[in-house]
Write a protein that binds this ligand. Sequence first.
Ligand SMILES: Cc1cc2nc3c(=O)[nH]c(=O)nc-3n(C[C@H](O)[C@H](O)[C@H](O)COP(=O)(O)OP(=O)(O)OC[C@H]3O[C@@H](n4cnc5c(N)ncnc54)[C@H](O)[C@@H]3O)c2cc1C
Length: 440
Amino acid sequence: MTNQLLATTENANNQNSQYTSLNDSEIASVVAHINEEHLDELLGFLSVFTSLSTAELDRVDAQITDIYAEGITIQTRQKNSKYQPTNAQDNPLHDQIFFINFATPISQLDDLQAQYILLKQRADKKLGKKTIKLTKQVFDVQNSYNVSKNMLRLELSMPSLDDTQSNDDVQLRNTKGTTISTSVPTNEAGYAYLFDLEHNAMTNALMTDSTNDSEKENVCPARPHCYYTLRKAWQADDEIRVWVDVFLHGDTSGGNWAAALQAGETVVTKREFPEKVEHLRDGQAVLIVDETSMPTAARLLELWNNPTPPLVICVTQDADDQSYFDTVKMRSGIDNIGNDNRNTDSDSDSDTDNDCDTESRKDDHFTVLPIVTNQPNSGSDLATLIDSTLGDYLTDNPLQIDKVWGALEANTAKALRPLLRERLELSRTDVVVKVYWRHD
Ligand SMILES: Cc1cc2nc3c(=O)[nH]c(=O)nc-3n(C[C@H](O)[C@H](O)[C@H](O)COP(=O)(O)OP(=O)(O)OC[C@H]3O[C@@H](n4cnc5c(N)ncnc54)[C@H](O)[C@@H]3O)c2cc1C
């Protein structure tokens, strides 16, 4: 092992004793989760908080090895095991450990999330990337209705006071009448909000004038918050209009919250973050979705700025939810960025089409490969089914797939990533399969 390339202050080998252990049995599972889902963030931390160069980082994978009160340790490894040197000294970055300091030391694992988010925000800012925001936003509920058998569309709005602002940076008035600057992205697919389910439970409890504290506690949903995607957002007159599509699958906190919302109520979001879709700008892509990620794929299709249309693998429990994509028109959202949108899935059904789009409109047809399972879409068996369905399709329709984006249940996503990397001979960065939910 050599430290020549590394500033000694960055290299944490043999220095772990100077950091304070958190003594928490949950650390191993948190470390495993970060390594499974957040590799790109770890590489971002190394890029920003150490002196490793881009060329050096291109050659390594990273994994978090431990979490201390003062920060985290990240280990670098040679990327392709087949190129792994027989002698680690041939590669100075193989098996090196770096210490990344938190802004403020933590005393328990529960505090990790806040410090990790701060690291991510700092790293993303330096790298010029969009990042997670801990902003509170308040939307008004306008309407709700089903768009397929089990998909409920929430129509929300927010006042926009200053229409000289761009759509992505709108001045808003909060409920107390104070103007706050905030943003609702109108041209980003997969932008997700963490909805505060307790806000509505508490508001409803207050409305029913329940003075008993234990009764108020009982109204709290099993989960306090839930991520849902901004299916679409657009500027209309003096407000921003928003669609959020919620998959209803029985008696659950998120579904019950969405189904109970009435026009005139408010909904509150606590956190928001952009989806990882930059890699889809070129090449032949395949999108792999279940009911929870159909809204992201629908917006991706409307904003598709890659000349080659994607293949969409759509897995639903119920055949009747496959109709979700029937009204989605590829690239229909591109014309209207910065303009009003109509209340229809096909944004550009009007005379806004123009010649400059002709090039990008050469092929506006996307193929949906449906998979109907008649059961909740989770587990590794579903990954095998998706992989073999794609394999059969590619045998009949020889295509070179260059990029993958998908979002599925945790065990399905975990099992699918290696299957796809092997089948399509793609790198980790080209196969992005996110976890959108976990099966109990
Ligand atoms: C970034 C992001 C964006 C998301 N966007 C959307 C979106 O736009 N629309 C949307 O509907 N969801 C979306 N989700 C998924 C949503 O947050 C989860 O499905 C959430 O768990 C639903 O909460 P719940 O209260 O309904 O069920 P939970 O409280 O999570 O679970 C209750 C029970 O339902 C089961 N269950 C949970 N989800 C499903 C499912 N999808 N199918 C079958 N059984 C399930 C669980 O196994 C459990 O038994 C998104 C998730 C993320 C991370």
